[in-house]
Structure formats: structure tokens, C-alpha cells
Design a protein around this ligand. Structure first.
Ligand code: PLP
Length: 352
């Protein structure tokens, strides 16, 4: 079976993690600090705070921006429920925006329709390796939380995503662009936000009591993060090479292939084609040939909330037609060729 996604972990990385385990200092310590330093230098930002997941990072970002019940937060419909959870953790009201069908990112027009006096933040998820329209979002005058969980390493106007918003969050879950098994990071330019999240991630040894959390990353996880960050540019070039093979091999089938855009690069966290065909049939047919393909998003958020598809036309269209094919650094050329051959066969057979 060719899996849909897979982590890339070298022998050296495993040895580094074992060395930390053997050191006896395995919880949050000096290696976490080293990882934070390396991460913020990569982005050219002054502050980074490591946590135990992308979800924790989102939660702390919401608290740091003082988002409260009665406040509204705009989020895209085509995203995982972690984003919706973050809004609900602080009791705020989620306002769901539609996306651009071409790159799956949040639609500025749709965001404008949801904006009002109670809007306290917008969570911009950079989708599947392609940056969201940061100029359009920042022009709206509302704090933007950049969710870079799917796109670490991508650039917008030649600057890394994660360096634009009030706060940026990352996930290092097993199958993301880079991994610490589970893990996350919060980046910011603002010292007060950084001080808040540093304090809130750890409950112990505090002079005064307030509500805090246990969202710490371990040194074992951070040792992986350090080496994964060093490999990130190689990971990205391998993903881009696989995408180029797919672009060539899947042309002429009437599929909508990934679009390229002048001021955004694509780090290809996912390789997604819009098929205009029955997705379940395609996914099953590929599965029978040993290829795991998936819907990029399990279920759109507006559907979970019982909102009408006709108010989310782009998300609804993408949901029924977008297919995600295997892509990850360790996927071999021979496997990519096999996937192209089988996908061509099935797609030609199911045309119309
Ligand atoms: C994975 C992901 C998260 C949550 O990260 P976890 O580390 O799994 O908690 C949040 N937002 C987006 C867009 C994600 O893809």
C-alpha cells in the first residue's frame, strides 16, 4: 500500500532522540530552548514558544489576544475542526467564511461579509502549502492569527508565512511538513503576547495563582524538531519535484491541477486535483490498486455547524471534487510513476 502521508525521520534523528532520553533530562529543558531559537531565527522573528500541539498553540493564541465570549472570530470553512475548537475553547463565536476554489484559501470577500464590531480576530489557515492572501487580510484592520500548520516554509512576497500576523501557530504532528511526533509553536513579534504564552504553557513554580495549562514540549520532541527544521528545505524541494512529476503526468485528463500564483510559492503539503467526478468511486478504485488517496478535509466546518451549502458554494464544490494524492519526501519516483499510471487509467475509464 502506498500511504497518503508519512513522516520522514532519519537514523541520525532517532539517535539524537535516544541521546536525549539517555541524558535523564527528558521534559521541557535546554533542547526546547535551542529549538525555539532555531525556529525564530528561521523566520527572523524575535519570539518563539514551543508547545505540545498545534491545538494548544491555537488555544494560547486566542487567550493571548484576549478573545472572550461575545467576541467573534472569522475562520475558513474548509479547515479541520482544530480551528473551530480554538474559537470554542474561549467561548467566542465562530463566523465561518468561504474559500477561493482555486487555492482553497479563505476568501477575502467572504471575510468582509462577516466583519463587524465584534470581530476580534481572523484565523488565516495557509492551505496545503499555499499562502493565504495576507495583504488582503491585513488590510482589514483586525488581528490575524496565521495558522501555518500545513504550510511551514512557504513564502508570500518572498517572506516566510508566519511572519505577517499578530501571532502565528505551527503544528508538528506526525504527518505535517516537519514533525516532533506531536508538537506546536507560537511565533510573534509582540513581547506581551510572548510573555503571556510562555507563562500560560506551564503551571508550576508560579508566585501568584491564575489559570494556566500544561502545554509544554519535551526535550525529546524538540531534538526531532531541531533536525527536522534543518531538513525542511530538502523536504520542500523533494515535494516540489514530486508535484512537478504529477503536473506533467496528470495533464490532459480534464483535471484542474494546482494553480501557481506570482507572489506565492507552493510547498506542496498536499497535491490536490479537482476531478469533477464521483470522489468515493475514485478513492475506492485507487485503494483497490494499493494507493491511498483522500479527501483533503474530512468534512467542512459549515456542515458540522448545520449551515447551508448554498452560502458556501466554493467549499461545497471543492468538497465534492477535490482529491488528495500521496506526497511526502520519502515517496519514490517509481511510486509516483505508478500512481500516475493507475490514476490515468482510472480517470480515463470514468470520464463522463
Ligand atoms: C493539524 C492542524 C492543527 C492542529 O494541530 P495539532 O498538532 O494536530 O493539534 C491546526 N490547524 C491546522 C490547519 C492543522 O492542519
Amino acid at each position: 500500500m502506498i500511504h497518503h502521508s508519512k513522516p520522514t525521520i532519519s537514523k541520525k534523528e532517532i539517535e539524537a532522540a535516544v541521546a536525549v532520553l539517555k541524558s535523564g533530562l527528558i521534559a521541557q529543558g535546554p533542547v526546547v530552548q535551542k529549538f525555539e531559537q532555531a525556529f525564530r531565527s528561521f523566520f527572523g522573528l524575535p519570539y518563539a514558544c514551543a508547545v505540545n500541539s498545534g491545538t494548544s498553540a491555537l488555544h494560547l493564541a486566542m487567550l493571548a489576544l484576549k478573545i472572550k465570549p461575545a467576541d467573534e472570530v472569522i475562520i475558513p470553512s474548509y479547515a479541520c475542526t482544530a480551528v473551530l475548537n480554538a474559537v470554542n475553547y474561549v467561548g467566542a463565536k465562530p463566523r465561518i467564511a468561504d474559500i477561493n476554489p482555486d487555492d482553497f484559501n479563505i476568501s477575502i470577500d467572504s471575510v468582509k461579509n462577516k466583519l463587524n464590531k465584534r470581530t476580534k480576530a481572523i484565523i488565516a489557515v495557509h492551505m496545503f502549502g499555499v499562502p493565504a492572501d495576507m495583504d488582503g487580510l491585513l488590510n482589514l484592520g483586525v488581528p490575524v492569527i496565521e495558522d501555518c500548520a500545513l504550510s511551514v516554509g512557504a513564502k508570500y512576497n518572498n517572506k516566510p508565512i508566519g511572519s505577517f500576523g499578530a501571532v502565528s501557530i505551527f503544528s508538528f504532528y506526525a504527518t505535517k511538513m516537519m514533525t516532533t511526533m506531536e508538537g506546536g509553536m507560537i511565533l510573534t513579534k509582540r513581547r506581551n503576547i510572548h510573555n503571556f504564552v510562555l507563562d500560560a504553557r506551564d503551571y508550576d513554580n508560579k508566585v501568584t495563582y491564575k489559570l494556566r495549562y500544561n502545554y509544554k514540549m519535551s526535550d525529546v520532541a524538540a531534538s526531532l524538531g531541531l533536525s527536522q527544521l534543518k531538513s525542511l528545505s530538502q523536504f520542500i524541494s523533494r515535494r516540489q519535484k514530486i508535484a512537478a512529476m504529477y503536473n506533467k503526468g496528470l495533464s490532459g485528463l480534464g483535471l484542474q491541477l494546482p494553480v501557481s500564483c506570482r507572489n506565492k510559492d507552493n510547498v506542496y503539503f498536499r497535491y490536490i486535483v479537482r476531478t469533477g467526478r464521483n470522489l468515493d468511486g475514485l478513492i475506492n478504485a485507487l485503494g483497490r490498486l494499493g494507493i491511498e488517496a483522500k479527501r483533503p478535509i474530512f468534512k467542512p466546518l459549515h456542515n458540522y455547524l448545520g449551515l447551508n451549502n448554498k452560502d458556501y458554494p466554493a467549499t461545497a464544490e471543492v468538497y465534492i471534487s477535490a482529491l488528495s494524492l500521496p506526497i511526502y519526501p520519502s515517496l519514490k519516483d517509481s511510486e509516483v510513476k505508478f500512481i500516475i499510471e493507475k490514476a490515468r487509467y482510472i480517470l480515463l475509464k470514468t470520464k463522463n
